[in-house]
Design a protein around this ligand. Structure first.
Ligand SMILES: C[S@@+](CC[C@H](N)C(=O)[O-])C[C@H]1O[C@@H](n2cnc3c(N)ncnc32)[C@H](O)[C@@H]1O
Length: 305
């Protein structure tokens, strides 16, 4: 229930803290199997200088960059619960006019390392910056991969359903809703009880009371946070990941937390967090934002953050 406090997890294992260190070293401090969901956007390749000697993204080759990320995600798998989920956003990069294909190269390498790829989400950015390129298309999307450690995992699809479109009450399709059952009943009870036509997929598509199952193209405008010198997560992008990928009161980890967006959204959705970032400046920024938000939330981070 929104607004009511849930029982607070004991403050151990860096819960509700930001660890200011290299992701790999910081992850090694976290106990195995305690995290419900990992939501993260690693540094993009060759994009930014975070003024940290061991920063990821400034490797000499794309291969070396991917290797480093794979090491980090190996540790992520260790700290994730068996039922845990990973939501990974990564942008691509051009080198000499060639698209490197880094998001998919990473996703396939993660598969080879034992992760199970469940969905590739296209994050469509309607307000993406125009570009001056004349010999190719202007890119206005990024990938968000949904991966798990096992076949049995936490997923609350009902929490993120979206409005029905095709078979709404006002549908003008030939035959309309008659193909999809009678009003006032479900395949389990009422007028449609036992209707073999209404297998689950069809029922969900047509009338699930909470809406249709969420689709894989998400329209989310870029958000601005002027203090950060990189693209911060839009809160709307990661809300569905946290809602569907972790239980109420669960623990969400971001090993590249930057300005702290994952922690803010986790707390607002009544989850705990662990953040990691190598940049002292961004750790402080994240902590300040978390502290400010904690003052106004009924479900908040520990006061001695
Ligand atoms: C794309 S930004 C993350 C932005 C974040 N999602 C937000 O909403 O603000 C990537 C972050 O990774 C951090 N980073 C770079 N190399 C790192 C490393 N080796 N260990 C931990 N963090 C690192 C950078 O300091 C930066 O804050």
């Amino acid at each position: 229930m929104p607004g009511t406090a849930v029982k607070f997890r004991e403050k151990t294992d860096f819960v509700d803290s930001v660890i200011c260190d290299d992701a790999l070293s910081a992850l090694s401090l976290i106990r195995s199997g305690i995290v419900d969901a990992i939501v993260t956007s690693p540094p993009y390749y060759g994009q930014r200088d975070y003024s940290y000697p061991n920063q990821i993204g400034s490797e000499a080759t794309a291969e070396a960059y991917l290797e480093r990320l794979l090491e980090v995600f190996k540790e992520c798998m260790r700290v994730l619960k068996e039922t845990g989920t990973l939501w990974l956003n990564l942008g691509d990069k051009y080198a000499d006019g060639r698209l490197l294909g880094l998001p998919w190269r990473l996703a396939l390498a993660l598969q080879a390392n034992g992760w199970i790829l469940r969905s590739d989400v296209i994050w469509w950015k309607p307000n993406a910056m125009p570009s001056s390129v004349k010999n190719r298309l202007t890119c206005d999307h990024e990938y968000l991969f949904f991966l798990t450690k096992n076949n049995a995992y936490y997923f609350d699809g009902d929490a993120i359903r979206e409005p029905h479109v095709t078979f709404s009450e006002h549908s003008r399709m030939m035959g309309g809703r008659n193909h999809f059952g009678k009003r006032g009943g479900t395949p389990e009870k009422g007028k449609n009880c036992g209707n073999q036509n209404l297998h689950r997929a069809r029922w969900d598509q047509a009338f699930h009371p909470k809406g249709r199952n969420k689709r894989t193209v998400w329209e989310v405008p870029l958000s601005k946070f002027p203090d950060a010198h990189f693209a911060v997560f839009p809160e709307k992008l990661i809300e569905p990941c946290i809602l569907a990928g972790s239980p109420d009161g669960g623990l969400v980890l971001d090993p590249f937390i930057g300005s702290g967006t994952t922690a803010l959204v986790a707390l607002r959705l009544r989850r705990h967090f662990i953040g990691i970032d190598c940049s002292k400046r961004y750790c402080e920024m994240a902590e300040n934002r978390i502290r400010e938000q904690s003052l106004v939330l009924p479900f908040s981070a520990s006061p001695d953050l």
